[in-house]
Design a protein around this ligand. Sequence first.
Ligand SMILES: Cc1cc2nc3c(=O)[nH]c(=O)nc-3n(C[C@H](O)[C@H](O)[C@H](O)COP(=O)(O)OP(=O)(O)OC[C@H]3O[C@@H](n4cnc5c(N)ncnc54)[C@H](O)[C@@H]3O)c2cc1C
Ligand code: FES
Length: 260
Amino acid sequence: MKCVTIGIVQSNQKIADQIFLATIEVLEIARQCLPGQFVNIYFPDSVKLFPRPFSIAGVSGKSILILYKVIGSQTTLMSRWQMGHQIKLLGPLGNSFTISEDKSIEYILLAGGVGAAPLMFFRDELVKRNIKPHFFIGAKTKSELPIIEDDKSDLILTTDDGSKGFKGTVIEHFEDFLKNIRHPVSLNVCGPDSMMSALKNISFPDNVTINVSLEKTMACGLGLCQGCVVKTTSGKYNGHYALVCKDGPVFNLNDVEFDE
Ligand SMILES: Cc1cc2nc3c(=O)[nH]c(=O)nc-3n(C[C@H](O)[C@H](O)[C@H](O)COP(=O)(O)OP(=O)(O)OC[C@H]3O[C@@H](n4cnc5c(N)ncnc54)[C@H](O)[C@@H]3O)c2cc1C
Ligand code: FES
């Protein structure tokens, strides 16, 4: 049974418009977490409020990294965190991305905005094993692009308006790239639902395995409230609903369905 633990904010830096990168010292989580897993962050008013889930964006010594976008009440509080601030958190939660034993596999990471978070951590794990992935990150415009220092992967940036990197959506650019891929591919994706639906409309060659990390709104984050269901196909989950917090957040794209 996991317990709520205390983390200490080491830094909390604004890196793009409404996007921050926080470093939180929390050894119990840092020493065991895997890429794709997330933490529940509890806020002072959490008697009334549910915790908020955030992907672990990396590990640095005793600390974990959280890449987050300010969109509402609790992420606004996070943006005010100062060094030394103590927070309550639970984790690591959920499942993870996987690395195959097959050395011929090429890894592609595809992120929409702060969907880059779990993929940054996955990139670090791949690099530790001498695998250099292709890392696509897209946003609407330059100021919303979570630019992360990266000489570890082949980084490909896109913006819808062309203000940074390639013009167009990250999916459009990825589709062009896919045409020239010959090896088996492990495609790992995190982004908004619209991006996941767009992926469903691509006809992928058989040698591409697609894993998606879903960001459903959650309540308990622990598999208790049934608040984070995702519709599944007839595959692994037999057409039943799966829980993003417990069965996921990482799913094979073919196992899940999205509302158009
Ligand atoms: C497994 C998982 C991992 C996540 N990882 C990250 C991460 O690494 N970085 C990050 O910035 N965010 C991440 N999120 C989303 C994050 O949890 C929400 O942004 C956060 O809970 C918003 O809290 P808030 O109080 O600021 O916003 P609220 O005031 O609760 O909500 C503001 C608005 O955003 C909508 N909203 C809230 N949560 C979500 C969501 N999950 N998806 C879409 N819309 C939502 C609400 O419906 C509302 O309209 C993750 C979510 C999940 C489920
Ligand atoms: S958030 Fe409660 S079951 Fe998933």
